[in-house]
Design a protein around this ligand. Structure first.
Ligand SMILES: Cc1ncc(COP(=O)(O)O)c(C=O)c1O
Length: 353
């Protein structure tokens, strides 16, 4: 039974875990190249792209840094509607980028018209948005935002953080016209932490070639050069790549459409339960399929609840950042099945009655 109802790390299937226990191989040899080569088409399916997907030995924050360093030439508009989008703004500033915040109340989505107004001020060459705000349980309409940007601001590079949604929700990199789409291994992809992935458009890669100070570790131009040889610039986490290879097989065997439907059903069930027993933090119409942020209207002692759940082998999350004391969160992503969720909700009901 899956038991980690937290937004990462999530449970990892036993066979995927076991795949890590293989002997090391040299990362400049043919065995590695074969491994890396067979991972790439599977990743492209999950990202819905015919372009490249870079594999980074870092968590997702590393690729947020990569996006900022490679794709911001002049000024970036950072959409901020929660703790992780705020972090992305901080990454821009920490890398010396000229960044402007578009602040939206936590719990609300970033909408195309807001982006339109902000970009209309001019001077921007990049946009950063979080698809699924893990702190608030809000999913912003990235497809519509991207359509607006592609039409009205074609030179703006669209950088999307889908750390807590990719692999659980349909995101079509090519069809939506995105430029950078990044995620981490330890959430909906149900892999151990330590890897992150970014689909990068031809447009974004060409731009990177002329952006100075891209750094060394996350340089898209260097990643591309090595990807073409089925290699990485520096030593990758080989054990995690074995897990990735097995994990992607598992995801594709379930089928992406089935996987997305499973996440949507679990979200609907959790939301219905939460509305009956508590309240939902996210605005209607933009609620996440992978994490539900619940307003703790009954002032339930979440620490005590979690201690009780741990006794039964389960765990949920408290609120994040400024929502720590007023909300709690149930993640339903990765390996979690509806039956696991039912067990969790029943246990919470018994504890709180
Ligand atoms: C939406 C979002 N972005 C970025 C991050 C940071 O990812 P990582 O911890 O893999 O660096 C998280 C982590 O929870 C997240 O939820």
């Amino acid at each position: 039974m899956a038991h980690l109802f937290i937004p990462g790390p999530t449970d990892v299937d036993a066979q995927v875990l076991a795949a890590q226990a293989q002997q090391m191989i040299g990362h400049r040899g043919a065995d590695f190249q074969a491994l890396f080569a067979r991972i790439q088409p599977k990743l492209r399916q999950v990202f819905a792209t015919t372009r490249r997907v870079y594999v980074s030995t870092s968590s997702g924050t590393g690729l947020q840094e990569a996006a900022m360093r490679n794709c911001v030439e002049h000024k970036v508009l950072c959409c901020v509607n929660g703790a992780f989008s705020e972090r992305w703004y901080q990454v821009a500033v920490a890398n010396g980028k000229d960044a402007l915040r578009l602040d939206v109340k936590w719990g609300r989505a970033i909408l195309p018209e807001m982006v339109n107004t902000a970009l209309s001020a001019g001077g921007f060459d990049a946009l950063a948005v979080v698809h699924n705000e893990t702190s608030t349980g809000v999913a912003s309409p990235v497809r519509e935002i991207a359509a607006l940007v592609r039409e009205r601001f074609p030179d703006v590079t669209i950088m999307v953080d889908a750390v807590s949604s990719l692999g659980g929700v349909a995101i079509d990199f090519d069809d939506w016209g995105l430029d950078v789409l990044l995620t981490s291994s330890q959430k909906c992809l149900a892999l151990p932490p330590g890897l992150s992935f970014a689909a990068v458009s031809d447009r974004a890669l060409e731009k990177a070639r002329r952006v100075p100070n891209r750094g060394l570790y996350f340089d898209f131009v260097d990643l591309e050069k090595h990807l073409l040889k089925n290699q990485t610039p520096s030593t990758p986490a080989i054990s995690l790549l074995w897990a990735l290879d097995a994990g992607l097989d598992r995801i594709l065997a379930e089928g992406l459409a089935n996987r997305f439907a499973r996440h949507a059903e679990m979200a609907a069930r959790t939301q219905a339960w939460a509305m009956k027993k508590f309240d939902l933090f996210a605005q209607p119409g933009y609620r996440s399929h992978t994490i539900t942020c619940i307003t703790n209207t009954r002032k339930l002692d979440v620490n005590a609840l979690n201690a009780h759940l741990r006794g039964k082998g389960m765990q949920i999350s408290d609120g994040y950042g400024k929502l720590k004391d007023t909300t709690f969160r149930i993640a339903h992503m990765g390996e979690i099945q509806m039956a696991d969720l039912e067990t969790l909700l029943t246990t919470i009901d018994e504890f709180s009655k």
